[in-house]
Ligand binder design. Structure first.
Ligand SMILES: Nc1nc2c(c(=O)[nH]1)N[C@H]1C(S)=C(S)[C@@H](COP(=O)(O)OP(=O)(O)OC[C@H]3O[C@@H](n4cnc5c(=O)[nH]c(N)nc54)[C@H](O)[C@@H]3O)O[C@H]1N2
Ligand SMILES: Nc1nc2c(c(=O)[nH]1)N[C@H]1C(S)=C(S)[C@@H](COP(=O)(O)OP(=O)(O)OC[C@H]3O[C@@H](n4cnc5c(=O)[nH]c(N)nc54)[C@H](O)[C@@H]3O)O[C@H]1N2
Ligand SMILES: [Mo]
Length: 776
């Protein structure tokens, strides 16, 4: 499909968070895709595109919920029918609701945080466009941090001066491959997570980087409840531990070193704030309990001798300590990262090549890549005059508790009274915890507007549903900050049904509110592309790189950046001269004791890393009733809830239901067998899943990946009592990690599992909803 206002490309190309690809179109249908020719190890997910593009789950046209039109107050959200309307009618409704709410209640009553991954293209990134649009309108209540590493995104700057060690760039694989002897990987280096790069990546290279580890070789220890968290080819040793107990293990390793006088006193003195309080906590001087291997064995389930032996192995070697982002997605998740920073400081290896600490190597594609310093960017969002933002994972609290206060990282938030929720490019009924609670929260506002390509559970809980184009139906530029390619994304197909671009929808709404120019800057979406390219080209020119003009870039379809550093490692300059290159902390040092944290007086916090009870874990009193720790990792066959309607996602399930993994002994003690349909439950909810047995899962642990579309059995009397598809977020707890980070704490969750008795209800998540045929 040719866009007359743009140059004609040589080959049609596009990109998604799961990879770049070339497009094959016949008779206005997508018939296949081929991987980007420069991707050495393309993933499987790109081949899902033809099915999803023409899926019956595409939202066909604008729709309005029947009860909303009748003024029902929202009680039927998620169970109601939808009435098809013309675009103009739908846009009039949205514009007049926005106008009414901002006039009557003020802009803070519009909740437009709209967390979510949207699409890879940076221009058409829905969440960015929504923020830009709402800012032209006078602002909105927003969201800060993320679900991925939100707790430490807020917290690490307190102790390290920035969140770079988790957000990147982190110490490169080249540096590790060349210098590291021992890699302690808490939460492993999960290969499946490398399928994904935010923004669209040209290259998947984990295999290449793991080969570097084998070459040196680097010994890898997989400290995780799951054996498969490190690829078998690495030959890692597996040290299973109870979920959420990493902090105790790390403290015990620290204790051994300090007990034996092996801490790097010079590094601690010169580069860290007062080590005294942590030292005395480790030795038990403060609370009478040494954080010894015997103490940690009780908590972690790892033998005390094994912990002693591991502490000895850390001495005299170059050691890199790393943790997956999952560790901090748990109650007191801040502590595991802080403890790891402390252990690396005790070893004195922070700022050495291939040593010290860095996070997330198994959490996302391209973490630890050589530096490319990609200039990829989208449209500016402007300024939000409202100035209120909640941490992303506090969304249900916001909706349920207007006027209430909450502590966050030294600030006191007051939740505004939300009247209108606007979501474009995210799926809270995928990403949030305790979905039965979220359902109640979503029934509170007066109006809920959702843009999506597909019938997600969130779209089903909206009042006004607007269908949007996919990436293949518009022109864009993609790329990820850690990837070497800037990618042209060509429109290959006309919009399916009545879909419109998010950009055009916001432009039309802005027009109705007299703000079109302010939103569009006088440009169509296509007219922005050469403009965005010019900005990136300019940034490259400042680095001495001669990128081609827009026309050449667009025709060829990609631009490859040269490496800007292959041996990069964190904290090099700080190590060399902490006075000249201080950290951006109040002390300029690594804060192993943090005065601000001590001052906040948050429950349990003393100012240094410590073991705090995560409340729902295998050592908790509640584990007597709910004896399994539920982990809900990222799914292997999709991105979050996206692509759930595809064959690939279905292949990862069994009989159409998500698969729960359990150790054979835990199944046997419950009389359960492979393939049973089980009910997974706790006081918050219950879901069905198909049982698989695996000795690669630690005892006491149940694993149910996220992303099966929320499918509540609304025919039962008690609302929310059974989810049929295997969505684990009906079970997870909706609580912040702590007042420090207020991140998502999904990984602190206890459940019980039993065989499901009675007729098994069918999965209905993929039946398109209840459209009333009348056009309003
Ligand atoms: N229990 C548990 N829950 C978790 C996690 C966990 O580990 N455990 N992980 C969390 C994490 S790290 C994350 S990042 C979140 C992810 O949560 P989300 O980012 O909300 O999940 P996605 O399914 O990627 O949602 C993106 C939505 O945007 C839509 N979309 C795509 N392109 C466009 C577009 O062009 N326009 C519009 N309007 N929409 C578009 C997609 O169809 C999809 O519905 O989940 C979190 N939830
Ligand atoms: N295929 C695929 N890849 C993805 C995504 C996707 O949806 N699909 N989503 C992307 C996104 S948005 C993000 S944020 C990242 C997330 O990246 P991560 O958070 O690293 O990914 P997870 O799969 O949640 O967790 C990785 C492993 O951590 C282990 N783990 C869980 N809890 C604990 C614990 O308490 N202690 C220890 N030691 N280990 C634990 C689990 O065994 C799990 O397999 O993944 C990205 N990559
Ligand atoms: Mo994430």
């Amino acid at each position: 499909m040719h866009s007359p206002d743009l140059p004609t490309p040589d080959i049609l190309r596009s990109a998604s968070h799961w990879g770049a690809f070339r497009v094959q179109v016949q008779n206005q249908r997508l018939v296949g895709v081929q991987p980007f020719e420069h991707d050495p190890h393309p993933g499987q997910m790109i081949h899902v595109w033809p099915q999803m593009q023409h899926s019956p789950l595409r939202i066909p046209r604008p729709l309005v919920r029947r009860g909303w039109l009748a003024g029902d107050g929202g009680a039927a959200r998620g169970r109601d029918d939808f009435i098809p309307v013309e675009w103009d009618v739908a846009l009039d409704h949205v514009a007049s609701e926005l106008d009414r709410v901002r006039t009557v209640h003020g802009n803070s009553a519009i909740f437009g945080g709209s967390y979510g991954w949207s699409s890879a293209g940076r221009l058409h990134h829905a969440r960015t466009l929504l923020h830009r649009f709402l800012n032209t309108l006078g602002g909105f209540t927003g969201q800060v941090t993320n679900y991925s590493y939100g707790a430490v995104m807020a917290f690490l700057p307190r102790i390290l001066g920035s969140a770079e060690a988790v957000a990147g760039p982190v110490t490169t694989w080249h540096s590790i491959g060349e210098h590291c002897d021992l890699l302690l990987a808490f939460g492993g280096l999960a290969s499946k997570n490398w399928e994904i790069h935010s923004g669209g990546g040209g290259q998947h290279r984990l295999q290449d980087w793991l080969a570097l580890l084998r070459k040196r070789p680097v010994s890898v220890l997989n400290i995780s409840p799951q054996r498969d968290d490190v690829a078998a080819s690495v030959g890692a040793r597996w040290l299973p531990l109870r979920p959420n107990t990493d902090t105790a293990l790390i403290l015990a390793l620290s204790y051994c070193l300090v007990r034996d006088g092996l801490e790097d006193k010079a590094f601690l003195a010169r580069h860290c704030t007062d080590f005294g309080p942590l030292r005395s906590y480790l030795l038990g001087e403060a609370d009478g309990q040494a954080k010894s291997p015997t103490w940690a064995a009780e908590i972690t389930g790892i033998d005390a001798n094994e912990i002693e032996a591991l502490a000895r192995q850390l001495v005299g070697k170059r050691v890199l300590l790393t943790a997956a982002w999952s560790l901090q997605r748990a109650r007191h998740g801040e502590q595991s990262y802080w403890a790891l920073v402390a252990l690396a400081s005790i070893l004195g290896q922070v700022g050495l090549p291939g040593g010290g600490f860095a996070f997330g190597y198994g959490s996302m594609g391209a973490m630890g890549n050589p530096l490319y310093d990609s200039p990829i960017r989208g449209l500016p969002v402007g300024v939000n005059p409202v100035g209120i933002s909640i941490p992303v994972a506090r969304v249900a609290d916001l909706l349920l508790q207007p006027g209430q206060e909450a502590d966050f990282n030294g600030q006191r938030l007051i939740y505004p009274d939300t009247r209108l929720v606007y979501w474009a490019g995210g799926n809270p009924f995928h990403h949030h915890q305790d979905l039965n609670r979220l359902r109640l929260a979503f029934r509170r506002p007066e109006t809920v507007v959702v843009h999506d390509n597909f019938w997600t559970a969130t779209a089903r809980h909206a009042d006004i549903v607007l269908p949007v184009t996919t990436t293949l139906e518009r022109n864009d530029i993609g790329g990820s900050s850690r990837d070497p390619f800037l990618l042209a994304m060509h429109q290959a197909l006309p919009p399916e049904g009545q879909a419109r671009d998010d950009y055009d929808i916001f432009a039309s709404l802005a027009e109705r509110l007299g703000l079109r120019e302010a939103f569009t800057g006088g440009r169509s979406a296509n007219a922005w592309l050469p403009e965005l390219w010019a900005g990136m080209r300019q940034a490259l020119a400042e680095r001495g790189l001669d990128a081609p003009d827009f026309e050449t870039f667009w025709r060829k379809g990609y631009y490859e950046l040269p490496e800007a550093g292959r041996d990069f490692f964190l904290f090099e300059r700080f190590r060399a001269d902490p006075d000249k290159y201080p950290l951006k902390t109040p002390s300029g040092r690594i804060e192993l004791f943090c005065e601000a944290v001590a001052r906040f007086g948050y429950e349990g916090q003393t100012g240094h890393p410590l073991w705090l009870d995560p409340e729902e874990w295998l050592g908790a009193p509640l584990a007597r009733t709910y004896p399994l720790h539920l982990l809900t990792p990222q799914p292997e066959t999709r991105l979050h809830g996206q692509m759930d309607g595809s064959e690939l996602s279905r292949d990862g399930k069994r009989d159409g239901r998500e698969v729960l993994r359990l150790h054979p002994a835990d199944a046997a003690s419950r009389g359960l067998n492979e393939g049973d349909i089980v009910r997974v439950f706790n006081p918050r909810g219950a879901c069905l899943a198909s049982l698989a047995l695996s000795d690669g899962v630690a005892r006491g642990v149940a694993v149910l990946p996220t992303g099966a579309t929320f499918d509540p059995d609304d025919t039962r009397q008690a609302d929310g009592m059974l989810e049929k598809h295997g969505n684990p977020n009906v079970l997870t707890r909706d609580v912040g990690t702590s007042e420090l980070g207020q991140g998502c704490a999904a990984h602190s969750c206890l459940v019980e599992v039993e065989r499901f008795c009675g007729p098994v209800p069918a999965v209905t998540a993929f039946d398109p909803p209840w459209l009333m045929s009348k056009i309003a």
